[in-house]
Design a protein. Structure first.
Length: 240
């Protein structure tokens, strides 16, 4: 008979290392999350080519959409881990490059030589012409910010296991958005017509505060989505 103090008895301890759980690929959920992230980033790149002023606030046309890309990144990092999320980030990066090249080809293709054709060409060039520079800003910012965001979230999960999800979501999002916003604004500001230091500071602070606030406000919703997917991912929790 094995005694309570026998070495073969496993005694749970609160000081033991938390178990990290991730799902493997194979279900439909990762594909949906990846497609949504790519669409959001590409549309945000187009919208960001337009400067927007709402009273004293200076921002761009993609401001309302882009934070959701980070929310999706949080979901993927929590459910699938850093390696899978990194694949999603790099795929979205590549699709953004492809979209930018597509815009460039569309613009340089010869159009009709009448007044209507010339007007359409001018409008198209005006609308999509700045996008490659915006895409460059967005790609570099997205790549750095999302990778940092995912890395921090996964590292926090290594420390806390399944506990303290809100700490992971808020901690990783704040740092990721700070890096993302700084890189993006530094490159994109001149493209959308921001040239003086005061306007740049307004642009940067507005972008960072808004995007971070959206993510923080939606933390309960993000947590619900994460729990919903975890319950429906057959492989989640099967391996550490």
């Amino acid at each position: 008979m094995t005694s309570p103090t026998s070495p073969s008895t496993v005694v749970p301890s609160e000081t033991s290392t938390p178990v990290r759980q991730y799902a493997s690929l194979g279900s439909r959920y990762f594909g949906i999350l990846l497609a949504a992230m790519a669409v959001i980033v590409i549309l945000s790149n187009i919208g960001a080519s337009k400067g927007v002023q709402l009273g004293p606030i200076i921002t761009d046309g993609g401001f309302f959409l882009f934070p959701f890309a980070y929310i999706l990144g949080d979901v993927m990092s929590e459910v699938y881990g850093f390696k899978v999320t990194r694949r999603a980030i790099l795929t979205t990066f590549a699709l953004s490059v492809f979209a930018s090249l597509t815009y460039w080809i569309i613009i340089i293709l010869p159009g009709f030589d009448d007044d209507y054709g010339k007007a359409k060409q001018a409008a198209l060039t005006e609308a999509l012409g700045p996008v490659p520079l915006i895409v460059l800003a967005s790609m570099l910012a997205f790549l750095a910010g999302q990778l940092i965001n995912s890395f921090i979230l996964v590292r926090l999960k290594a420390r806390h296991g399944e506990r303290r999800l809100w700490v992971r979501l808020m901690g990783s999002s704040g740092v990721g958005e700070l890096v993302d916003t700084l890189i993006f604004c530094s490159i994109a500001a001149s493209v959308i017509g921001i040239t003086d230091a005061g306007s740049f500071l307004n642009y940067f602070i507005t972008g960072f505060v808004y995007k971070t606030a959206v993510e923080y406000i939606l933390v309960p919703v993000t947590a619900l989505v994460i729990r919903w997917i975890k319950k429906r991912e057959p492989s989640y929790g099967l391996a550490a």
